[in-house]
Write a protein that binds this ligand. Structure first.
Ligand SMILES: O=C(O)CCC(=O)N[C@@H](CCC(=O)O)C(=O)O
Ligand code: ZN
Length: 347
């Protein structure tokens, strides 16, 4: 078992231990911050004194080829370790799928973002490393939230991704299903401060990581889409400068709002339909360079699933995350419609 950690770089260590490490580290950094390493890719920092009663999770690499969020987390982790970044809240960083990072692919055997909320343990005989890792990650999230000091605290989780396609909105957030609870102005405004002013509201439970944190732990949790999938070294990190600055502010000051809530600063979409691939022969009827949020017209056919044509049902229905190559039974695309932010039930 590893009990001391003096490696140069946490991400490099994580990539050397693809499916976990026998590691139990608790170290006091010279800044006074306590660093605990619970597994490969799982590190918790606790400041000597909190400025915000916040338990923050920053996760990346649920999809291994989405490198920009990995680079962002790497920089934040190393800045905390070196003392360059002063911490005001508890934070757990999760680098979810190191083996997929190493092969530069979305996943090794199974899409991890379809395995949360217990799906990892469903399906007789279905065992693989991603399922084991998703289960372990669920445990770490529970351990992190449950080991917080007592008192009134806020739980926040940003699960950071990048999208396969170009997007008419470079950065957008997915607000998981709230089961009818009003959407939170504070959270929408924090997203805007993160340079993510476009928000997509899910219409039902999903098996994603962010929904798991919302549903199991009552956290405010979001999937953040921060740009387009690119290999390491090809991300223009300038495009993430505002997002990184806000993450640093959250880490040092907590969830401070810059101004009053302004609904007109946001662009809101709701999920209209979730279209699954059910047949071997599933085809999209538009090219790969059609960007996310491209609207279609009545009369257009979006896809064919075996013999079934899937036409546009509502004028202006726009497509998000189209992917004909998903496993049978899984979501092959979402359609969305813009809605006025003024129409939202807010609190
Ligand atoms: O660009 C794509 O097709 C996928 C990008 C991505 O990984 N998106 C997440 C969204 C998760 C959510 O709906 O909250 C995913 O598909 O897992
Ligand atoms: Zn992703």
């Amino acid at each position: 078992m590893i009990t001391e950690f003096s490696e140069q770089n946490f991400l490099a260590f994580t990539r050397e231990h693809e499916w976990g490490a026998d590691i139990q580290v608790e170290q006091q950094l010279s800044s006074g911050i306590t660093m605990q390493i619970w597994d490969s890719g799982v590190v918790v920092f606790t400041p000597a004194q909190e400025t915000a009663a916040l338990d923050l999770i920053l996760s990346c690499a649920v999809h291994g080829d989405e490198t920009a969020p990995i680079e962002i987390c790497d920089e934040l982790i190393e800045n905390i370790r070196s003392g360059r970044l002063q911490l005001g809240c508890r934070v757990m960083f999760l680098i979810a799928n190191p083996a997929a990072i190493n092969i530069g692919k979305r996943f090794v055997e199974e899409n991890m973002n379809r395995l949360f909320s217990g799906v990892h343990s469903k399906g007789e005989g279905l065992v693989n490393r991603e399922r084991e890792r998703a289960k372990a990650i669920e445990g770490y999230v529970g351990k992190f939230f449950h080991s917080a000091p007592s008192g009134v605290r806020q739980r926040l989780h940003y699960d950071m991704h990048t999208a396969i396609r170009d997007s008419k909105h470079e950065k957008f957030a997915v607000y998981p299903f709230t089961h009818g609870a009003p959407y939170k102005k504070q959270q929408l405004q924090l997203l805007q401060q993160l340079d993510v002013p476009v928000v997509l509201l899910h219409d039902g439970p999903t098996t994603t990581f962010s929904y798991f944190s919302v549903n199991e732990f009552n956290a405010d949790a979001f999937t953040l889409e921060l740009g387009k999938v690119k290999p390491f070294g090809e991300n223009d990190m300038q495009r993430f400068a505002k997002t990184k600055k806000q993450l640093v502010r959250l880490l040092t000051e907590g969830p401070v709002l810059d101004h009053e809530f302004a609904a007109d600063a946001l662009q809101i979409y709701k999920v209209q339909r979730s279209i699954n691939r059910t047949q071997e022969d599933f085809r999209l009827h538009f090219p790969d360079d059609v960007a996310n949020f491209t609207p279609f017209s009545l009369g257009d056919v979006l896809a064919t699933d075996g013999e079934n044509a899937i036409p546009v049902e509502t004028e202006g229905e726009a497509v998000i995350f189209p992917n004909a190559k998903v496993a049978i039974g899984q979501r092959a695309l979402l359609t969305v419609l813009p809605i006025p932010a003024e129409q939202l039930a807010l609190q």
